[in-house]
Write a protein that binds this ligand. Structure first.
Ligand SMILES: Cc1cc2nc3c(=O)[nH]c(=O)nc-3n(C[C@H](O)[C@H](O)[C@H](O)COP(=O)(O)OP(=O)(O)OC[C@H]3O[C@@H](n4cnc5c(N)ncnc54)[C@H](O)[C@@H]3O)c2cc1C
Length: 309
């Protein structure tokens, strides 16, 4: 029987592990299919406090793991297949084996949606990105034409943010109007640096042969015309999918699957807590995920203390 099981090993999971380990709860961290989480897929992280020269994403996550393990956190490569939160202790099925837990912290993150076009994946970290806040300030995007793909609030936010760095920002949208909130639409279309490209989709990211983004191939859905738009960066903002399928029916989520905490970080099931991007469709940063991991750990520790008295 584990006192605390943490599902996920991104910044939220390892921070929750650090705090619960220091509270002598010997948390078990189930690392899942992506040990270290999303940051392990990026090279330089420039906005995590404490690293004035930036830090490699993989190194940052390795350091978080080491720090939590120093205080007794246990790491396991397990993937959670299903959960039974209907009674305590909770049961998790991990790679076919049952694990019992007094409390659970869900930190399973979210995956970004991909365009699924040639060149997109090959040029990831070489001009293709899914996060303007994370990558927009990188030198390769400065004073260069940039492309944002999407038409919702996130795409508008990304485009507006990128006007600080790019020479111009092309907003590619498959329809002829944005589906973002009115205020965001006004701000976006009112910005002289943002140029909307309506009724169009990206069909290819160029240029894999050169090993960097040099432009995008576009198709106009109304006319069928194909063009190439030169740019140094493609920021894809077509949405995120939280990794919460296994909790369906057990944990309250919003219509997009993001977990909705009820009180602090506690979910609708007392004893089950949530942290990080699987409950956050707004900020989606390593530091906010880590902060939520800290909060979930403190909530879990207090929950256990209250149960034992
Ligand atoms: C390319 C890229 C660059 C980025 N750059 C930055 C940056 O510079 N600065 C910044 O602040 N943010 C950056 N981000 C965002 C940042 O990575 C995320 O906000 C952060 O990782 C979220 O942390 P998390 O712990 O909530 O989830 P994640 O890091 O996504 O971790 C989720 C964890 O859950 C595990 N998991 C999922 N399902 C299961 C399951 N069924 N069983 C067991 N485990 C499971 C996964 O294996 C993974 O370990 C970047 C993101 C990307 C994609």
């Amino acid at each position: 029987m584990e006192k605390v099981v943490i599902i996920g090993s991104g910044p939220a999971g390892w921070t929750a592990a650090l705090y619960t380990a220091r509270a002598q709860l010997a948390p078990l961290v189930l690392m899942g299919q992506q040990p270290g989480g999303l940051l392990t897929t990026t090279s330089i992280v420039e906005n995590f406090p404490g690293f004035p020269d930036g830090v490699d994403g993989y190194e940052l996550m390795t350091r978080m793991q080491k720090q939590a393990e120093r205080f007794g956190a246990k790491a396991s490569f397990g993937i959670v297949d299903s959960v039974d939160f209907s009674k305590r202790p909770f049961t998790l099925v991990v790679d076919g084996e049952k694990v019992s837990a007094e409390t659970v912290i869900i930190a399973t993150g979210a995956s970004h949606k991909h365009l699924g076009v040639p060149g997109e994946h090959e040029l990831e970290n070489r001009g293709t990105t899914y996060c303007a806040t994370c990558d927009g300030a990188l030198p390769m995007f400065r004073n260069q034409p940039l492309v944002v793909v999407g038409g919702g609030d996130s795409a508008c936010e990304e485009a507006l943010y990128l006007t600080r760095f790019g020479s111009e920002v092309f907003l590619i949208h498959r329809r002829d109007s944005l589906r973002a909130s009115k205020i965001m639409v006004e701000r976006t279309l009112g910005n002289p640096k943002i140029k909307p490209v309506w009724d169009s989709v990206v069909t290819e990211v160029n240029d894999v042969a050169q090993g960097k983004v040099t432009g995008v191939k576009l198709k106009n859905l109304k006319t069928g015309a194909e063009t190439v738009l030169p740019c140094a960066g493609v920021f894809i903002a077509i949405g995120h999918v939280p990794n919460t399928n296994i909790f369906k029916g057990a944990i309250t989520t919003d219509e997009n699957g993001f977990i909705v905490p009820q009180r602090g970080t506690m979910t609708n099931v007392p004893g089950v807590f949530v942290a990080g991007d699987c409950a956050d469709h707004v900020y989606r940063q390593a530091i906010t995920a880590a902060g939520a991991g800290c909060a979930a750990a403190i909530d879990a520790e207090r929950f256990l203390a209250a149960q034992n008295h």
